[in-house]
Design a protein around this ligand. Structure first.
Ligand SMILES: C[S@@+](CC[C@H](N)C(=O)[O-])C[C@H]1O[C@@H](n2cnc3c(N)ncnc32)[C@H](O)[C@@H]1O
Length: 276
């Protein structure tokens, strides 16, 4: 379990933090007053929430693995900003009920569940929370599980705040592609020893959805691939509100927009807020 924390927690933390940042941009006036992290393990999402929004809030981390919770409790003791966290043993399944809360996170958990338990978890989250953020590995299967959860949340009355600019069906034809993003994770020297690599960072690929019942202003469009910078032009792959996927070319003659395009990154809103 300690090896898992050293190995995966920095990466899941960065992925969740990245998803939460995009979500926070879409609900600028909103701060979660309480948080439940389901299948929270060592608490990466609790750390990510605390890194995204100032202030303390009651946090409950639920998991069926006592050793993960115990290590999470120990790690959290080193981070006073987390405030009071309740580490509670709980099994995800048809019987799961969650206390009412502002925010539920489900990070890298759906892939460990049966289809029935995935549905039960998303439904329980939809009943209990004002906002739900789900993060999965950035693989075709991870994306498919995110889309399944997204559909369930929309049916339950939620709207999508990020990454999608809309709550209509995803424009990706099933099986042809998958929507995912990338978060940079700096590797500690321990991490490098464990993984045997020498790079000072690695990129964690993830898929996510942030859905909410509170008023949200999703990005007008989002960059869904790494921008390609060419001489005098930047190629951006966008998901827009139609909903549609489109490649646009921003050239030098676009002036400020071109400079913004050179600074922009995979996963960012487009155009950047100041130019919107
Ligand atoms: C890959 S870990 C992710 C942990 C954490 N959310 C993160 O992002 O780092 C998956 C977690 O889900 C928990 N889990 C899997 N199936 C579960 C179930 N049926 N009930 C409760 N927890 C479960 C595991 O014990 C594990 O801690």
């Amino acid at each position: 379990m300690a090896a898992y924390a050293a190995y995966r927690m920095p990466a899941t933390f960065e992925a969740v933090r990245s998803a939460l940042e995009a979500f926070a941009d879409a609900v600028p006036g909103w701060t979660p007053g309480s948080h439940v992290d389901v299948g929270g393990g060592t608490g990466a999402a609790a750390w990510a929430v605390s890194a995204t929004w100032d202030g303390e809030r009651p946090v409950t981390v639920l998991d069926w693995a006592e050793p993960a919770l115990a290590l999470g409790r120990e790690l959290a003791a080193a981070n006073p900003a987390l405030g009071a966290v309740r580490w509670h043993r709980s099994r995800i399944g048809a019987e799961l009920t969650l206390d009412d809360t502002d925010l539920v996170t489900v990070s890298y958990v759906l892939n460990e569940l049966t289809a029935l338990d995935r549905a039960a978890l998303v439904d329980a989250a939809a009943r209990a929370a004002r906002s739900v953020v789900i993060v999965e590995p950035g693989t075709p299967d991870g994306y498919a599980r995110v889309i399944e959860a997204r559909d369930r949340l929309i049916s339950a009355g939620f709207h999508v705040a990020a990454p999608c600019p809309h709550s209509a069906a995803c424009p990706i034809a099933p099986g042809t592609d998958w929507c995912h993003f990338s978060a940079r994770v700096s590797r500690s020297s321990l991490h490098r020893q464990v993984k045997g690599g020498s790079l000072a960072y690695e990129d964690e690929k993830f898929s996510y959805v942030a859905a909410t019942r509170v008023p949200a202003a999703p990005a007008p469009a989002r960059i869904v691939r790494r921008p390609q910078i060419r001489k005098g032009q930047v190629l951006l792959d966008l998901c827009e509100t139609e909903p549609s996927l489109r490649r646009t070319t921003v050239t030098k003659r676009h002036g400020d927009l071109y400079r913004a395009a050179r600074d922009t990154d995979w996963g960012d809103p487009w155009p950047p807020a100041a130019d919107a």
